[in-house]
Write a protein that binds this ligand. Structure first.
Ligand code: S3P
Length: 166
């Protein structure tokens, strides 16, 4: 990959990856989409039929498969929680950018989303607690942390300026 985005659910990874891809003329890969296409099942169905552990196995397989491809990769919010995924991220050369979002904003964005089975079960307090529990792993994986509580244009500019891209 040329650049990898990580961050909590609702931090804007998909949106920002598309904009980066447009600006840089690079292909964009969404890891959740790869999982859905490979499994021929929705994320919600995978969670319902195989549980979170089954989903995590598919996610690690998809990450291992995609990580050496060119382009921008938007990961799922749980990727940095798995040791195997962290080691895949560490072993590859592309910058890993953490989009840092306020839990309130993340909650507003994901609460009604049927395709985010984890978020669906959580109220704001529980979602915020999940983010806190994950934070050390997010930071451990990140080469750059960007405030994602700003407009997509500013976020993209910050990333491009930092890596002198575009
Ligand atoms: C998850 C985040 C989702 C998706 C799955 C699990 C998580 O991706 O991979 O529902 O554990 O945070 P987004 O970050 O794109 O919502």
């Amino acid at each position: 990959m040329d650049l990898i985005l990580i961050g909590f659910m609702g931090s804007g990874k998909t949106t920002i990856s598309r904009r980066l891809g447009q600006r840089l003329g690079l292909p964009v890969t969404d890891l959740d989409q790869v999982i859905v296409t490979t499994a021929e099942q929705s994320i919600a169905t995978i969670f319902a039929e195989q549980g979170e552990a089954g989903f995590r196995r598919l996610e690690t397989q998809a990450l291992a498969q995609q990580i050496s491809q060119p382009g921008i990769l938007a990961t799922g919010g749980g990727v940095p929680t798995q040791a195997q995924n962290r080691s895949l991220l560490h072993r590859q050369p592309a910058p890993v950018v953490l989009l840092e979002i306020a839990p309130e904003t993340a909650y507003e964005r994901v609460k009604a989303d049927e395709q985010r089975p984890l978020a669906k079960q959580l109220d704001l307090a529980k979602l915020a607690a999940l983010k806190v529990a994950r934070q050390a792993n997010y930071q451990r994986c990140a080469d750059l942390i960007v405030d994602a509580n700003q407009s997509p244009d500013l976020i993209v500019d910050e990333i491009l300026t930092k890596y002198q891209l575009g």
